[in-house]
Write a protein that binds this ligand. Structure first.
Ligand SMILES: [Zn+2]
Length: 96
């Protein structure tokens, strides 16, 4: 079976988790209604990039905590899992 390493609980089955979307997004400051493109992008635009992708996952049937994952979207390999407040060691490698 496919397993994911929870930074709190260790390796568990994929069925215990829920995908929470792209990680490392920052909500833009409130602006006028006419200048809300930044908020629209925050809510609806995702990078969907090829290669290392940073995602947020939730351990639903375990510790019930959020954590971040670096996943290779080509091989579906979970390269790294880490706490939301941490920086991934593969973060610098993912940048061109
Ligand atoms: Zn957990």
């Amino acid at each position: 079976m496919f397993q994911i390493e929870c930074p709190y609980c260790g390796k568990r089955e994929l069925t215990e988790y829920s995908y929470g979307g792209e990680a490392n997004l920052s909500r833009p400051a409130p602006v006028d209604a006419e200048e809300n493109q930044a908020l629209t992008d925050y809510l609806f635009s995702r990078s969907n990039k090829r290669g290392i992708h940073f995602e947020r996952w939730f351990h639903v049937f375990g510790c019930r905590k959020w954590f971040n994952v670096a996943r290779n979207t080509i091989t579906n390999e979970f390269v790294d899992t880490f706490l939301v407040v941490e920086k991934s060691p593969v973060d610098d490698q993912a940048k061109p």
